[in-house]
Design a protein around this ligand. Sequence first.
Ligand SMILES: CC(C)(COP(=O)(O)OP(=O)(O)OC[C@H]1O[C@@H](n2cnc3c(N)ncnc32)[C@H](O)[C@@H]1OP(=O)(O)O)[C@@H](O)C(=O)NCCC(=O)NCCS
Length: 190
Amino acid sequence: MIYRNATIDDIEAVARLQQKYHVSTIDEKDKKDGFVTTLFTHDQFKEIIEKENGLAIACDSLGIVGYAMAASWEFWSKWPLFQFMIEDLPSTTYLGEVLSKENSYQYGPICIDKAYRGTEVLANLFEFSRQQMEKRYPIMITFINHINPRSYEAHTRKLGLDVIKNFDFNNNHYYELGYDMKKKTLGSTI
Ligand SMILES: CC(C)(COP(=O)(O)OP(=O)(O)OC[C@H]1O[C@@H](n2cnc3c(N)ncnc32)[C@H](O)[C@@H]1OP(=O)(O)O)[C@@H](O)C(=O)NCCC(=O)NCCS
């Protein structure tokens, strides 16, 4: 498996994976194993690649089998849920620091094709994404919907993220989680 930053040429394949597992288009029987909620347009994929170098992908001979996003709060501020999270940063403390747009960034969504779940792809894709951002930020922040238990287990028990708080937005319940960027990812081999 190869882990690398996506280029413009990868957008079509990543968009296909997004469509397969986005809450609005996912096959109903796959929903219990998680889904992504932030929907990227072609231009937003282009922007995260060009401005943030923030689209990490896992590829094998069959193509792209997983992706993980990572970007500054500035990038995410066009979505209302992230505006809510940004406004709440000064009221949130993690690792002894009050969060800010300067000391933290937002990781996610991550999405792995179901044929590759339960493998080393999770830890390695997360680790690759972490390595890209560790020089820019000391703290990673993300969120998970309460109705996505697989993602919650993967990120807390397996990858070691900490739950910082719960919050509600648009009638959905979310965990807000953090990760100390100094820590190499548990179980990663890259
Ligand atoms: C979330 C995701 C990236 C996790 O990667 P993964 O390879 O599936 O993760 P793993 O299988 O290694 O770990 C998940 C763990 O949760 C467990 N699990 C699965 N369904 C579960 C459920 N309903 N309740 C509790 N635990 C569950 C799995 O058994 C596994 O634990 P184990 O390894 O001890 O058996 C992947 O499932 C995915 O892409 N899902 C679709 C998109 C998505 O939900 N993205 C995250 C949005 S926040």
